[in-house]
Design a protein around this ligand. Structure first.
Ligand SMILES: [Zn+2]
Length: 505
């Protein structure tokens, strides 16, 4: 925007002066344009930084890669140190492997830029460990050699979560490079065990609740993706309760030709009880679960209605001929805000190619129930255990059933009216010129709930990953567009957050 023209020979009238004062905030817009140009002109450097990070095989699930993971954390710390941040590598202890081996956990990197008490302080959470990847798994390119094809940057961890972490670092770097004051203090918490359950992080957050986190106003997570080509803000994630149902019968595996017909088979019992969990039309049959779920409000229905989402596209992407629901609102609601049961596998069952006439002696069914407000994992545990035992009891089987819950992660939900989200909408508008979709994530990001419960701070999730990035899958990628525009989004967001009134938390 241009300043109003005033002729030097005449005195400025009060209206003109008022107009100038009203237009002063436009200076920010100008600054943003400068910053956006800076980002554009440094994009090759940003891509190279991502290439360097992707090249480090920081696979947290493979113990043989642990030295690479330690190295990854050092690289992150060093990058932040070189930018003048106050950086710490926090020791979070060790992990014991099932074989008894003790292994050091990768340190958590914390960093701080700015400590002006008159400003808000945001804390950006991210992770730099990755899922396993091998060329033989079906990658078209070497997963650890970032390869650009048609504007897409292919590499393991590119989208989950290395590029978003780098984009936040570049955002801070751009303010520094242009000698612009950071509008808020920025802290970082970067971990290296996210893909295997964030071992040690909960304890670290708890331990630093009154130190590192004490002056943090808001927590920002960018570890998810958009739903379509339209930018999005994420305001909820589902939790997860993961169960093992073990049915044990004969003392060893038996031959069906010899013993078939004479014994009550554990696998038949297991299939029977697993089948009682959910109906073919997706209705959870465990008493009490559906009753606990927060009802769908009219506002929610309206929000889902406005979201950009193509059912046909989704069908093609998943490769199914029919979805559980044939309208957008029902489908999105069941992906995000209703619980579901998924049966994952049966340990002890015969699963090799070919035929084997075995009666397995002991089988363990594995299933999980995605958690939504207002479900409580502790209650769900009792509901599931009681229900399975009652169904099993009706079978009058001599076999033994043991039900255990091995994961109990709570859901997370934010208030989309919170100023943090208003700031997010404004930043998306500034960079992309559209309103963001307000979406939820069907998966679980347990750390969001931990941050909320332990620190009591408000959280926002601002994704920059694309809807088709293939996280955890072959040919994971991050688009150059999302990476670069995402960096601008973070720059704009820091500025928007600085304008939140100090009283709102
Ligand atoms: Zn991730």
């Amino acid at each position: 925007m241009k300043a109003p023209h005033t002729c030097s020979s005449e005195k400025m009238n009060p209206q003109t002066l008022l107009l100038i004062l009203l237009l002063l905030p436009a200076a920010r817009a100008f600054q943003f344009t400068r910053m956006a140009q800076y980002v554009d002109s440094h994009q090759e450097e940003y891509v190279e930084a991502l290439r360097d990070w992707v090249a480090i095989e920081s696979d947290s699930s493979n113990v043989l890669k642990r030295p690479d993971l330690h190295h990854m954390m050092e690289v992150v710390a060093q990058k932040l140190r070189l930018m003048g941040g106050t950086v710490e590598l926090v020791d979070i202890g060790e992990q014991e492997l099932p074989n008894g081996q003790i292994l050091a956990l990768p340190k958590v990197v914390t960093a701080q830029f700015g400590n002006d008490t008159s400003k808000h302080t945001v804390c950006v959470y991210g992770h730099v460990d990755v899922q396993p990847a091998k060329l033989e798994d079906g990658w078209n390119t070497d997963p650890y050699n970032l390869t650009e094809i048609n504007g897409h940057l292919y590499g393991r961890g590119a989208s989950d979560n290395k590029a978003p972490v780098l984009a936040w670092i570049h955002a801070v770097g751009a303010y520094q490079a242009l000698h612009m004051d950071l509008p808020v203090n920025v802290k970082f918490v970067i971990e290296g065990m996210e893909e295997t359950g964030s071992n040690g992080l909960d304890a670290m957050i708890l331990a630093q609740r009154n130190t590192f986190f004490s002056d943090v106003d808001y927590i920002i997570i960018s570890d998810c993706g958009w739903l379509s080509r339209r930018p999005a803000l994420t305001y909820g994630t589902r939790g997860n309760c993961y169960f093992f149902a073990e049915v044990e019968g004969p003392k060893q595996d038996l031959h069906s030709g010899v013993y078939g017909g004479s014994v009550i088979e554990p696998m038949t019992d297991l299939i029977g009880i697993l089948d009682s969990l959910i109906s073919p039309s997706g209705k959870i049959q465990i008493p009490g679960i559906r009753e606990a779920v927060a009802p769908l409000t009219d506002e929610e229905w309206k929000m889902y209605q406005d979201i950009e989402f193509d059912l046909e596209n989704y069908k093609n992407k998943t490769g199914v001929s029919q979805l559980m629901y044939d309208n957008k609102v029902d489908l999105l609601a069941h992906m995000w805000r209703y619980p579901t049961v998924s049966i994952h596998g049966i340990e002890g069952a015969f699963s090799d190619p070919g035929t084997k006439t075995v009666i397995p002696a002991k089988v363990t069914g594995k299933f999980s129930i995605r958690q939504v407000p207002n479900m409580d994992p502790a209650v769900v545990k009792t509901q599931v255990t009681d229900y399975l035992h009652s169904v099993f009891g009706k079978r009058k089987s001599p076999n033994k059933l043991k039900v255990s819950m091995v994961i109990g992660a709570k859901p997370w939900l934010a208030n989309t009216q919170h100023p943090l989200y208003e700031a997010g909408k404004a930043a998306v508008n500034k960079v992309f010129n559209v309103d963001p979709d307000l979406i939820r994530e069907g998966g679980t990001i347990p750390i969001a709930r931990t941050f909320q419960d332990v620190t009591g701070k408000s959280i926002i999730m601002i994704p920059i990953g694309g809807f088709d990035d293939g996280l955890h899958s072959q040919n994971e990628k991050m688009s150059r567009y999302n990476y670069i525009e995402g960096t601008k989004l973070f720059i704009a967001y820091l500025n928007e957050v600085s304008q939140i009134k100090k009283t709102s938390v």
